[in-house]
Design a protein around this ligand. Structure first.
Ligand code: ATP
Length: 223
């Protein structure tokens, strides 16, 4: 593993190489981060060692094992163990005992998530529930893409409603009429541009819209 301080500040230990952990480890590697991946399953370790630089077979539920693997030096850890809740909780506890400053953990239920938070996870993610919710918004609405933040605020990619085509964003006054803000505009075969008051919206344009979730959904429904 890289030992200079810049690199180390980006290093991540990923524990559990199931579908979620494997995807996290692979994406982090593609983004240029140093990743130490750990799984107790020898077959998975073999499989991933051709794609990841550092893959180790170990049971991560004890402080001793994590210490031997120098996990204390990592600023970030992702615990991607799902169905074995005991192993997930004990691993988070061991990382917290070691003082790892940024622990992310995957939960399979709200109850599991609450235990992880109490045990020392700084961020708990619910991949299945989050993706299910996102797909529901996309299936039932007219949005092309959609991200909702915890506080009921969302950003969506949607087609421009007919009523604003042929007007500038200043003329459409979307913030006062619809409570949403256009962040970017994309015309077919061009890149996204930042939205400005004088930006003209044409039929067929794709918009990036931000605002309270309900208002973003209502706006997208007008296309
Ligand atoms: P996914 O949905 O991401 O495929 P999952 O939610 O079904 O995964 P599990 O299969 O329980 O989660 O765990 C993911 C990985 O974590 C598995 O590859 C498993 O071998 C590994 N794992 C489970 N317990 C431990 C442990 N104590 N130490 C190290 N790895 C573990």
């Amino acid at each position: 593993m890289a030992k200079n301080s810049d690199k180390l500040s980006d290093s991540v230990v990923v524990i559990g190489l199931g579908r979620f952990g494997g995807a996290v480890a692979q994406s982090l590697t593609q983004l240029g981060h140093d990743v130490l991946a750990i799984d107790q399953d020898e077959r998975l370790v073999q499989e991933w060692s051709s794609r990841l630089a550092h893959v180790v077979q170990a049971n991560t539920t004890s402080v001793e094992v994590l210490t031997q693997l120098s996990c204390r030096q990592f600023p970030h850890a992702v615990v991607a163990i799902g169905s074995d809740i005991e192993a997930s909780v004990l691993t988070v506890l061991a990382l917290a005992d070691l003082g790892v400053p940024d622990i992310w953990a995957k939960a399979v239920s709200a109850r599991h998530g609450r235990i992880l938070e109490r045990t020392g996870a700084h961020h708990v993610v619910y991949p299945e529930a989050s993706m299910g919710e996102r797909v529901a918004h996309l299936v039932t609405g007219k949005m092309i893409d959609f991200i909702e933040f915890d506080d009921g605020y969302a950003i969506a990619k949607t087609r421009a409603p007919r009523e604003i085509a042929g007007k500038t964003l200043a003329e459409s006054a979307l913030r006062s009429h619809h409570g949403v803000t256009i962040v970017g505009v994309k015309r077919p075969r061009t890149d996204f541009t930042y939205a400005r008051p004088e930006t003209m919206v044409e039929p067929g344009d794709i918009l990036i819209v931000a605002g309270p979730t309900r208002l973003v959904e209502t706006f997208a429904g007008r296309t």
